[in-house]
Design a protein around this ligand. Structure first.
Ligand code: ADE
Length: 260
């Protein structure tokens, strides 16, 4: 269905969390396809929250971006959350760039920091590959030992340096949400090796690796989630910091795309 609509094949897939969906508006010569018109594509369960795929040129690359993301905590199944990655796979996309908002567990981080994801810990309690394996989609037992591509991490670090911003590096812990963690859970997640905690990204990355895509993940730390000191966090606080950090975040993503 989509192949007929697309002039240039996209090589980079963008799943943009934490308000970065605006970046899809900067895509040039764009073909926009409403989710509702794509066979089998998940449709928003949130009223008034439609979505579309935007395919076109951004910073010298042909990209396919999601405008409107699906989260497990909104009631989508793992297969629905990760369906857009399968669409990207079918179109020949080679690299996935995924962004998110998260809480900082590493006490040396602060709200407004950006972090290049080096690895993740899946604490969602499930994963998107449960069920009968289809060899056409990927191996039964995909290797996850280097889930986040090292050379893409280097590109991200160089991109940050070239626009004069500093970035953290660390491990993303994925939880199912929608409840934030208790103080004791945060202490546990930190002891397990997590630097940040968030409610997205892990399902999409597992699917992308299964599909053979290279992955780069960038997080925006919107609040501190340090168990020993937690004072509570609200969705409003998360959105406010995400929106304040957005210009820096967008500048970094654009520079990364330029250097890719
Ligand atoms: N997303 C943003 N902040 C978060 C937090 N503290 N915990 C989980 N997900 C988050």
């Amino acid at each position: 269905y989509l192949e007929e609509k697309i002039v240039n094949q996209p090589k980079i897939g963008l799943i943009l969390g934490s308000g970065l969906g605006d970046l899809a508006e900067e895509i040039e010569a764009a073909t926009e396809v409403e989710y509702s018109s794509i066979p089998y594509f998940p449709i928003s369960t949130v009223e008034g929250h439609a979505g579309k795929l935007v395919i076109g040129n951004l910073q010298g690359n042909v990209v396919i971006a999601m405008q409107g993301r699906f989260h497990y905590y909104e009631g989508y199944s793992m297969q629905e959350v990760t369906f857009p990655v399968r669409v990207m796979q079918a179109l020949g996309v080679e690299t996935l760039l995924v962004t998110n908002a998260c809480g900082g567990m590493n006490p040396s981080f602060q709200p407004g920091d950006l972090m290049v994801i080096e690895d993740h810990i899946n604490m969602t309690g499930t994963n998107p590959l449960i069920g009968r394996n289809d060899e056409k989609l990927g191996p039964r037992f995909p290797d996850m030992s280097q889930a986040y591509d090292k050379s893409l991490q280097k590109i991200a670090e160089n991109a940050a340096e070239s626009i004069g911003i500093s970035v953290q590096k660390g491990v993303y812990t994925g939880i199912s949400g929608p409840a934030f963690m208790t103080a004791a859970e945060l202490i546990m997640l930190r002891r397990l090796g997590g630097d940040v905690v968030g409610m997205s990204t892990v399902p999409e990355v597992i699917t992308a690796r299964h599909a053979g895509l290279k992955v780069l993940g960038i997080s925006c730390i919107t609040d501190m989630a340090v168990g020993e000191e937690i004072e509570g966090v609200s969705h409003e606080e998360v959105m406010e910091t995400a929106s304040k950090t957005k210009p820096k975040f967008i500048a970094l993503v654009k520079q990364i795309l330029k250097e890719m």
